[in-house]
Ligand binder design. Sequence first.
Ligand SMILES: NC(=O)c1ccc[n+]([C@@H]2O[C@H](COP(=O)([O-])OP(=O)(O)OC[C@H]3O[C@@H](n4cnc5c(N)ncnc54)[C@H](O)[C@@H]3O)[C@@H](O)[C@H]2O)c1
Length: 258
Amino acid sequence: MLDLTGKNALVTGIANNRSIAWGIAQQLHQAGAKLGVTYLPDERGRHEQKVKNLVEPLAPSLFLPCNVQDEAQVQSTFAAIANQWDKLDILIHCLAFANKDDLSGQFSHTSRQGFTLALDVSAYSLIQLSAAAQPLMRAGGSIVTLTYLGGVRVIPNYNVMGIAKAALEMNVRYLAADLGPQKIRVNGISAGPIRTLASSAVGGILDMIHHVETVAPLRRTVTQTEVGNTAAFLCSDLASGITGQVLYVDSGYSIMGM
Ligand SMILES: NC(=O)c1ccc[n+]([C@@H]2O[C@H](COP(=O)([O-])OP(=O)(O)OC[C@H]3O[C@@H](n4cnc5c(N)ncnc54)[C@H](O)[C@@H]3O)[C@@H](O)[C@H]2O)c1
């Protein structure tokens, strides 16, 4: 049985009720995990209040600001975890960012600044958060990140985010090899397209979803709950032999040649 009782899970990347991280947090909670939630702070604190109201029913024991571009915030997030919990078992990395201008048009026009930003927030942050989590994962652990097919194949408009996802997927393998001896497993979920705040920035996302609904074996795209269920499985002892993998939760779309 999928049981996460006694496990402490940090979930990053909840922006609203469409976020994949929200689907994951709900499934981890349902399986019995204790939750800590981070949010991306904004100047007026509106984001904080919105996310706080959303996650309230899951009663997270930690609710912390964490912009991965701010090293001090990352350090204080993990210091707070070390203070409050005896150990960390689960880290959900569910965040990405690129300039909207870099998510449509000609890929060859990607700027150095846009490239650096996308890779820093969307790929480097997995290394950064894993390094901070490592000393707290005293009983081993499970780290799960979210990726997309655009990291292995060319998807129109995905552009610089495809490069970031390729780096992210390779991070999964190097981190799995690095942290495996401490019983820390690292895996990725490659989700089919879902309408969220982040995906709305990608040019033509609705066409992408429609295309999946037309050709994927299951003739539909996936839900946040389905991704959440897979994340809960990967974080559970049922997946104890799985590390360094990218699991596709995409209604089978990625197997199709035409
Ligand atoms: N929606 C899709 O179709 C889809 C498909 C496959 C993979 N993914 C991936 O799933 C993950 C979650 O995206 P989503 O679609 O749920 O969208 P979302 O907009 O709900 O989530 C993105 C999150 O990233 C956070 N974020 C951005 N910059 C940050 C920073 N500097 N520090 C900390 N957090 C930051 C945002 O606050 C937000 O919570 C991303 O990695 C995305 O690439 C999405």
